[in-house]
Ligand binder design. Structure first.
Ligand code: ADP
Ligand code: MG
Length: 705
C-alpha cells in the first residue's frame, strides 16, 4: 500500500503548472479601498464632521461625542456600498489573537427590514466576555466587559467568499475600567511618552508638536503544503512539530536566504500583497529567509498603534491566503527543530513633529537632541532589561531565543563602532576647557557621518541601532507587537523625564555644559549594556555575566518582571497599567505557558503511542519474519536490524510511560520528558522503513511545495 505521505509527494509532483495570470499593467489605485480612511471620510461625511474626526485622529483632539451618530451613519453607507452586511468591534484580548462578534445591520421596523448602525453601536460594544482570559480581573458573575472605539485606527472591511464585515478597531476593558486587551496599555503608553517627549523638547526650546512613535514590524513565517500539514497532528494542534529528525540537508548551504522565490510562493505573496494593499497596509519587502520554506514580509513603518493593528491583520491575511493556495502559513516561533525559527523584528523610533529623534544630527542642535535621545534609550534599556525580556516570554519563543539563530536571553544593545566612538568621545568631552583630542562637546560639535548601510548591521544583537531607529530582534513571530512597544514607550518616557528634570534646573548659559554632564553620567553608568560583538558566542555570555547584565533564560523567570514592585511602581506612575492589571497579565501569561506545555506533552504522548509505536511494532515483526525466512533459506539474516527495531520498541514504550507519568507533574518535567521522547522517536524515524513512517518528514515538508 502506498503511504499517504507518498501520495502527497506524487500529487505535488504532478500538479499542473499554475495558471494564475498577472494583470496586464500594474496599478495600485485600490490601495486602501477597504479602509474608512481620510478619503472615504471626505466622501461620506459633512465637511465639518470630517474635520472634527480628522482632528481627533491626527492631533489627538478629544472625540466630540455629538458626531458619533453622523460618523456611524456614514460608515454604514460606506460599508453597505462595499457589500458589508455585518459589523463587529474588532479587539485584541489577552489570548494574543484578535476577536470579533458579528452583528448584522438588520433591524425590523414594523416588520420591514432596515439597515441600522447607530453612534452607540460605533462607540461601545458589550461582548459577554467571561470566556476571555482576564487573570482573575473579572469573574464570570461580573462577566461584562466593554469594547470602546479607537478612532485612531481606521475601520476596515474584512471579506470572505460571499460576504463582508465592517470591522471597528476597539479597546477592550472590564466594566471597572481595567484593561483586558493589548491595545489599551499601548494607547496609555503613547500618552505617557508624548507627555515626556514634550517636556524634554521644551528644554530644547522646541514649540509644542505631536509625538509619534513609529513601528516597522518585519514578519517571518514558514509555508508548507497543506496536505503535509494535515498529516501532522502536532502541527495543526500545537503549531510546531514535536517530532521530526533533522534532514541531511537543511540550511547548511546558506542557499535559501534571499534566494530566488519559487513560483508557487511568489503567487501566494502577490495575493497577500493585493489583500494587504486593499486594507491600506503598506507591504513593502518580501524575501526568502534563512531556513528552507521560511520567508519574510516587511511593511513600511507606520504610527505604532496602527502598525500593531496592521500586524495582527497581516498574520491573518497570511494564514487565509495560504489556505487558498493549498499552503499553510506557520507563525510559530519554532515550527521545526534544528533550523532557524521565526521572529518579528520590532523597528522602533520616535518622531517629534516631522523630525525623527533618532536621526543623527545635521547641525549641533539636532545633534544634541539625537545624542540625548540615544542616551535616554541606553539608560532605559539597561535599567529595564528585565521588562524588555519579559515582553518576549512565551512557550514558543523559549525554543528560539538563545538557540544561536536569535538573540540570547541577555538584553544588549548594538551601536556599531562609529557610534560607539561618538558615545565614548561624549563621555570624555570636557565642557568648559578647550577641546581635547577625541573629545566631543555637545551643542558645539558635529557628529561624524554615521554609516547607515545594511553591511554594518549586527544581526546577533538583541537591540540594535540601525541608522535612525532601534531594531528589537527578540520578539517571536506569533506575538503581538503591543507588549514590546508598551515597555519601550514607558521606559523611554521615564528616561526622558529623568533627563528633563535635570535640564529644567539649568539656566540658558549652562545648558549645553549641563546636558553634557548628564549624558556623560548616563554613558558611564549604562554603557555596559552596549555590546558590538557577536552575541551568539559563549564568550559573550561569560562577558555579560561579568558586566552584571541579567541573563533570564526561561519564560517563567522572565514573566516575574511583570509583578516586581519597582516595575509596578513604574507602570503605575505613567498610568500605563495598575497593580491589578499587571498581576492579571502575569497570571494569564503563566497559565498560557503551562497550558501550552501540557497540551504539547499530551500530543507527544498520543502521537508516540497511537501513531508511531504501532508502526515500529509492525516494522519489527516484519523484520523478524524476513529474518526467519532468510535464515530458513540459507541466506544471512537481518539480525542486527531486527534487533535495533526491537530495542526501539522497548525504548519508545519506556519513554511513553515516562511522558505519561510526567503529565501529572510540573512543566519542566514535561519538557524534559518530551525531549527524551523526541530523541527516541527521531532515532526511529531514521531506521524504520521509509514507506511505513506515518508522519511527513522534514525533508518533505521543508523542500517539497
Ligand atoms: P532589515 O531586514 O534589513 O532589518 P527591512 O527593510 O526588512 O530591513 O525592515 C526594516 C523595517 O524598519 C521596515 O519595516 C521599515 O519601514 C522600518 N523602518 C524604517 N525607518 C523606520 C523608523 N523611523 N521607525 C520605525 N521603523 C522604521
Ligand atoms: Mg528584513
Amino acid at each position: 500500500m502506498i503511504s499517504t505521505r507518498k501520495t502527497t509527494v506524487n500529487d505535488i509532483a504532478s500538479a499542473p503548472a499554475s495558471t494564475i495570470k498577472a494583470a496586464a499593467s500594474a496599478n495600485i489605485d485600490y490601495f486602501g479601498e477597504d479602509v474608512f480612511n481620510a478619503q472615504a471620510m471626505r466622501n461620506y461625511l459633512s465637511k465639518e464632521t470630517c474635520k472634527k474626526l480628522l482632528a481627533t485622529i491626527d492631533e489627538g483632539a478629544p472625540l466630540d461625542a455629538n458626531i458619533a451618530g453622523e460618523v456611524a451613519h456614514a460608515m454604514k453607507r460606506w460599508a453597505l456600498d462595499r457589500g458589508a452586511t455585518h459589523f463587529t468591534h474588532w479587539f485584541q484580548p489577552l489570548t494574543g489573537s484578535t476577536a470579533e462578534k458579528h452583528d448584522s445591520f438588520l433591524e425590523l421596523e414594523d416588520g420591514k427590514p432596515i439597515m441600522v448602525f447607530s453612534g452607540k453601536n460605533l462607540i461601545v460594544g458589550e461582548p459577554d466576555a467571561s470566556s476571555f482570559p482576564s487573570g482573575g480581573l473579572r469573574s464570570t458573575f461580573e462577566a461584562r466587559g466593554y469594547t470602546a472605539w479607537d478612532p485612531t485606527s481606521p475601520a476596515f472591511i474584512k471579506r470572505h467568499g460571499n460576504g463582508a464585515t465592517l470591522c471597528i478597531p476597539t479597546a477592550f476593558c472590564s466594566y471597572t475600567g481595567e484593561a483586558l486587551d493589548k491595545k489599551t496599555p499601548l494607547l496609555r503608553s503613547l500618552q505617557a511618552l508624548s507627555k515626556s517627549t514634550q517636556r524634554l523638547m521644551t528644554c530644547f526650546k522646541a514649540s509644542p508638536k505631536k509625538t509619534t512613535v513609529t513601528l516597522g514590524a518585519e514578519q517571518e513565517y514558514f509555508l508548507i503544503d497543506k496536505r503535509f500539514y494535515l498529516q501532522r497532528p502536532d502541527l495543526y494542534q500545537a503549531g510546531r512539530t514535536i517530532f521530526g529528525a533533522t534532514p541531511a540537508k537543511h540550511q547548511q548551504m546558506d542557499d535559501h536566504y534571499f534566494g530566488s522565490i519559487p513560483t508557487r510562493i511568489l503567487n501566494f505573496m502577490n495575493d497577500v500583497e493585493v489583500e494587504l494593499w486593499k486594507l491600506g497596509i503598506p507591504a513593502k519587502t518580501r524575501h526568502n529567509e534563512v531556513a528552507p520554506a521560511q520567508f519574510e514580509l516587511a511593511p513600511i513603518f507606520e504610527e505604532v498603534n496602527l502598525a500593531c493593528d496592521h500586524n495582527m491583520q497581516i498574520m491573518e491575511v497570511l494564514r487565509q491566503v495560504a489556505d487558498r493556495h493549498g499552503l499553510v502559513c506557520l507563525l510559530h516561533e519554532k515550527p521545526f527543530a534544528g533550523v532557524n525559527g521565526s521572529g518579528k523584528h520590532n523597528n522602533w523610533s520616535i518622531t517629534y513633529g516631522h523630525g525623527n529623534l533618532l536621526n543623527p544630527g545635521k547641525d549641533p542642535h539636532q545633534n544634541a537632541v539625537f545624542l540625548t535621545t540615544l542616551c535616554a534609550v541606553i539608560y532605559a534599556v539597561d535599567t529595564h532589561a528585565d521588562l524588555l525580556r519579559m515582553t518576549v516570554a512565551g512557550a514558543g519563543n523559549d525554543h528560539r531565543l538563545g538557540a544561536n539563530e536569535a538573540p540570547p536571553a541577555i538584553v544588549s544593545m548594538y551601536l556599531g563602532d562609529q557610534l560607539m566612538d561618538v558615545i565614548e568621545q561624549l563621555e570624555q568631552g570636557v565642557p568648559k576647557s578647550s577641546k581635547q583630542a577625541g573629545a566631543m562637546r555637545i551643542g558645539a560639535d558635529m557628529l561624524p557621518p554615521l554609516p547607515r548601510d545594511a553591511t554594518d548591521r549586527n544581526r546577533t544583537s538583541t537591540f540594535a541601532f540601525t541608522g535612525n531607529k532601534f531594531e528589537f530582534r527578540a520578539p517571536g513571530s506569533s506575538q503581538s507587537c503591543s507588549e514590546p512597544n508598551v515597555v519601550l514607550n514607558t521606559i523611554v518616557a521615564e528616561a526622558f523625564d529623568m533627563i528633563a528634570e535635570q535640564l529644567e534646573k539649568l539656566d540658558e548659559k549652562n545648558f549645553h555644559a549641563g546636558l553634557q554632564k548628564i549624558l556623560q553620567k548616563i554613558v558611564k553608568e549604562h554603557k555596559k549594556v552596549v555590546f558590538n560583538g557577536n552575541g551568539y558566542t559563549d564568550e559573550w555570555i561569560a562577558e555579560a555575566e561579568r558586566r552584571g547584565l541579567p541573563n533570564i533564560r526561561t519564560s517563567m523567570e522572565a514573566l516575574k518582571a511583570l509583578v516586581k514592585e519597582e516595575n509596578i511602581a513604574l507602570f503605575e506612575k505613567y498610568g500605563v497599567m495598575n497593580r491589578r492589571e499587571l498581576e492579571s497579565r502575569y497570571e494569564v501569561n503563566v497559565e498560557d505557558y503551562h497550558k501550552r506545555v501540557h497540551i504539547e506533552g499530551e500530543i507527544a504522548r498520543d502521537l508516540a503511542k497511537n501513531v508511531i509505536l504501532p508502526k515500529v511494532v509492525d516494522a519489527y515483526s516484519k523484520a523478524l519474519k524476513t529474518n526467519e525466512m532468510a535464515l530458513n533459506q540459507g541466506f544471512p539474516g537481518l539480525d542486527s536490524y531486527a534487533k535495533s527495531l526491537g530495542e526501539g520498541c522497548e525504548n519508545l514504550s519506556g519513554a511513553i510511560a515516562k511522558m505519561e507519568a510526567c503529565l501529572e507533574k510540573d512543566h519542566e518535567d514535561i519538557l524534559d520528558a518530551m525531549a527524551e521522547l523526541r530523541k527516541v522517536v527521531d532515532g526511529l524515524e531514521k531506521i524504520v522503513p521509509d514507506d511505513c513512517w506515518p508522519l511527513p518528514k522534514y525533508r518533505e515538508m521543508l523542500f517539497i511545495y
